[in-house]
Design a protein around this ligand. Structure first.
Ligand code: HEM
Ligand code: NAG
Ligand code: NAG
Length: 312
């Protein structure tokens, strides 16, 4: 009862500054105190078996938050005639959904119906960064899961061909600043991209002028226009399993994979931040944490799903 009152009070306070679900650090303190440990252990076990898991979880959380808020809409399966987000075009390389399923199963066994899938994904994304050698932070919790997921809405995600004004618009529509854009793009220190995500900027005859020519040449070798292996692509950077600031150093050398990465140099504010993050791992880490907390607080759903793949 005391908890209920405290919860309602904090909800009231937070609802004065924002609408939707109030997030708090101790949200599950009474109702499921071991949830964070269980989730961290599930992510760790999966990452030990498959080193692509951390990058996948970080990207999954970003996709979740950018469509309908962080409401686990990215986790829902298509049903009947409804094609869900995970079956939309930008889903290339979204994977490792089973990690969230495993964590949810274990958490449900302990405290049924309490911990939302959206919170599990937000925590798993944090755990993924930590496991990759990145910074840690306390994740505010209390997200609710949504009941809608539409493949057609994935067009709202920023594309790798976006220029700086398109990126700025996409982020500002979600209450995110140019600093958030510069810091969160650093998520591209982890993982892998398929040729299709950067093919259009490496073509021999009309290569993107902002790309380093020898880097473009090496990408053309990996991604020949004809005869391309089905899963051909490139790691984000040479240390793609390590969360570090290499991404920003590569941007300064014209060696980032996407036009949207390189575009950070075309606005004075993001350009300054790229230089700052390239020269200070510490300032990148601090900015990343601040912006992750902001992005992962974008409001979404209404319920606590029992199964992350289907609505209650
Ligand atoms: C700024 C706008 C962004 C664009 C245009 C963008 C675009 C992309 C694209 C095209 C891929 C490669 C997909 C593929 O070819 O398989 C990718 C991968 C990735 N993105 Fe982003 N992204 C953006 C922001 C973010 C943010 C904010 C994060 C997280 C903080 C993030 C984390 C990742 C990760 C970790 C991968 C690698 C996934 C894997 O290896 O499984 N991205 N992104
Ligand atoms: C991505 O979408 C395609 C259809 O557009 C689907 O066949 C595929 O299973 C999806 N991938 C994932 C990981 O859900
Ligand atoms: C970015 O692209 C949009 C759409 O193609 C275009 O209207 C705009 O002028 C471009 N902005 C910059 C800064 O290149």
């Amino acid at each position: 009862m005391a908890f209920r009152v405290a919860f309602l009070t904090s909800l009231l306070i937070l609802s004065m500054s924002s609408s939707g679900n109030a997030l708090s650090l101790n949200y599950y303190e009474k109702t499921c105190p071991d949830a964070e440990w269980i989730i961290a252990a599930a992510v760790k076990a999966a990452a030990a078996k498959d080193k692509t898991v951390p990058a996948a979880l970080l990207r999954m959380h970003f996709h979740d938050c950018f469509i309908r808020g962080c409401d686990a809409s990215v986790l829902l399966n298509s049903k009947g005639s409804n094609k869900a987000e995970k079956d939309g075009p930008p889903n290339v390389s979204l994977h490792a959904f089973y990690v969230i399923d495993n964590a949810k199963k274990q958490v449900e066994a302990l405290c049924p119906g309490v911990v939302s899938c959206a919170d599990i994904l937000a925590l798993a994304a944090r755990d993924a960064v930590v496991l990759s050698g990145g910074p840690t932070w306390d994740v505010p919790k209390g997200r609710k899961d949504g009941r809608t997921s539409k493949a057609s809405e994935t067009v709202q995600l920023p594309a790798p061909t976006f220029n700086i004004s398109q990126l700025q618009q996409s982020f500002s529509q979600r209450g995110l600043s140019m600093e958030d854009l510069a810091a969160l793009s650093g998520g591209h220190t982890l993982g892998f991209a398929h040729c299709s995500s950067f093919q259009s900027r490496i073509n021999m005859n009309n290569a993107d002028p902002t790309i380093n020519p020898s880097f473009a040449e090496s990408l053309r070798n990996i991604c020949p226009i004809h005869n391309q292996a089905k899963n051909a692509g490139a790691n984000m950077d040479a240390s793609s399993a390590t969360f570090d600031n290499t991404y920003y150093k590569l941007i300064l050398q014209g060696k980032s994979l996407f036009a949207s990465d390189q575009a950070l140099l075309s606005h004075p504010e993001t350009k300054n931040l790229v230089s700052k993050f390239a020269s200070s791992h510490q300032s990148f880490n601090e900015a990343f944490v601040k912006s992750m907390i902001k992005m992962s607080s974008i409001n979404g759903g209404q319920e606590v799903r029992k199964d992350c793949r289907v609505v209650n």
